[in-house]
Design a protein around this ligand. Structure first.
Ligand SMILES: C[S@@+](CC[C@H](N)C(=O)[O-])C[C@H]1O[C@@H](n2cnc3c(N)ncnc32)[C@H](O)[C@@H]1O
Length: 217
């Protein structure tokens, strides 16, 4: 097992996180090496992992970080972020699906660094009281037409010079326009608040998706 980034390991093409709590979360493979338990991270089930597999140059998450994660669903990717930030970190997880939230709440009973918030991520007033101290990392994976505007609204919580990543689903923005053109438009909006550090195409794991790595100005 080799260290790829802080708290992320690789073996061959596969990525792993060190299991902060023992046991599977979504049927992933577990391996033990030198007495340490690792959970395999599936790039077909996690856009952040797809980004890392396709060459994302920085990991926005780190041990002890406070994270705002928009579009957590039932916690597939969140469970790996939970491994990375560890017991001193916190992940505020926003999702508007009650069904997904029920599963996430169950996961948060075992993994206490997961803090579920049932809300539309476009209505930041619903949860701003929890985020007054700001966050060290911002991640978003919501398939909405106004996904960039949602990310920009939540940028107020990200501390200056900290990193964020937006998983952009171009098909949610337009079915008729070319994905490259959509990307150019969304990039311009992001540049009002962020420096764009890298754009990673998520194929073959996800069609028409990009992971945009940003730094808050
Ligand atoms: C593709 S899934 C997220 C998968 C998850 N990020 C993972 O990797 O495990 C998208 C999620 O975004 C949520 N969502 C869509 N629009 C939203 C919004 N405006 N606010 C909050 N959550 C939203 C959906 O309920 C869904 O659970």
């Amino acid at each position: 097992m080799e260290k790829k980034f802080n708290e992320i390991y690789s073996k061959g093409r596969n990525l792993y996180t060190h299991a902060f709590i023992d046991g599977r979360v979504y049927g992933e493979k577990l391996i033990t090496e030198n007495g340490i338990n690792y959970r395999e991270w599936n790039p077909f089930k996690s856009k952040y992992c797809a980004g890392l597999t396709n060459g994302l140059k920085e990991n926005i998450f780190f041990k002890g970080a406070t994270v705002l994660y928009l579009g957590s669903a039932e916690g597939t990717t969140v469970s790996h972020v939970s491994d990375i930030v560890g017991e001193e970190g916190n992940i505020f997880c926003v999702d508007l699906s009650e069904i997904a939230m029920q599963k996430l709440v169950k996961l948060s009973e075992k993994r206490e660094n997961i803090l579920p918030i049932l809300s539309d991520a476009g209505i930041v007033d619903n949860y701003k009281e929890y985020l007054e101290d700001g966050v060290d990392a911002l991640f978003q994976d919501v398939s909405q037409k106004d996904q960039t505007e949602i990310f920009l609204k939540n940028a107020v919580f990200l501390k200056k010079n900290c990193l964020g990543a937006l998983s952009l689903k171009t098909l949610s923005i337009s079915q008729s326009e070319k994905k490259e053109k959509i990307l150019e438009n969304e990039k311009k909006k992001l540049e009002s608040v962020f420096e764009i550090l890298q754009i990673v195409n998520l194929e073959p794991f996800e069609t028409g998706h990009y992971l945009i790595l940003v730094k808050k100005r």
